[in-house]
Design a protein around this ligand. Structure first.
Ligand code: FE
Length: 169
């Protein structure tokens, strides 16, 4: 091996490392792209949603309603599992990020994926809040507030009626 070739072969691992640092982790980039692409919208007419949902589920998911505090089926649930959107089945939250906020609604530090929810400005009731909706079917879920505990500091305050709990097997 010539001295020039030897020097070049010694440099290859460093060049590869440099390329990885510049490009970031390829696996992670793929994951982000897949997550963003996977969520296809579920579009239904108002009449179709009415037929599919109970009157209370319809009132909350399609008309931005709120269930009374401490009355929801899951307001005090401690079981391990995941919470899906009651309207389209998309996985939204996990018991792993659930905590007791004392507010009377299921509270979470974060969704299972940032791609599974959308956040929108809500200026109703003479105040400014951030509404949380299902990224697939646009169901109103609740609101997110900045008064949660660490590590996110967020409180996703979600109506029980928009969730379907699936216990961990
Ligand atoms: Fe949904």
């Amino acid at each position: 091996m010539t001295p020039g070739l030897k020097r070049l072969s010694l440099c290859v691992p460093f060049i590869w490392l440099l390329a990885l640092m510049v490009a970031g982790s390829p696996a992670r980039a793929d994951e982000e792209t897949r997550g963003a692409v996977m969520i296809e919208k579920v579009l239904k007419t108002d009449e179709e949603w009415r037929k599919l949902l109970t009157p209370e589920q319809y009132r909350i998911t399609r008309k931005k309603g709120t269930e009374l505090a401490f009355t929801g089926e899951y307001h005090d649930l401690k079981e391990e599992g995941t919470y899906q959107c009651v309207a389209c089945g998309l996985e939204l939250f996990s018991s792993r990020t659930r905590y007791d906020s004392g507010a009377g609604w299921p509270s979470f530090l974060a969704p299972v994926s940032k791609h599974h929810i959308e956040e929108r400005e809500d200026r109703s009731l003479f105040t400014k809040r951030t509404e949380v909706v299902c990224a697939r079917c646009d169901a109103h879920l609740g609101h997110v507030f900045n008064d949660g505990p660490k590590p996110t500091g967020l409180r996703y305050c979600i109506n029980s009626l928009v969730l379907k709990f699936v216990p961990k097997r």
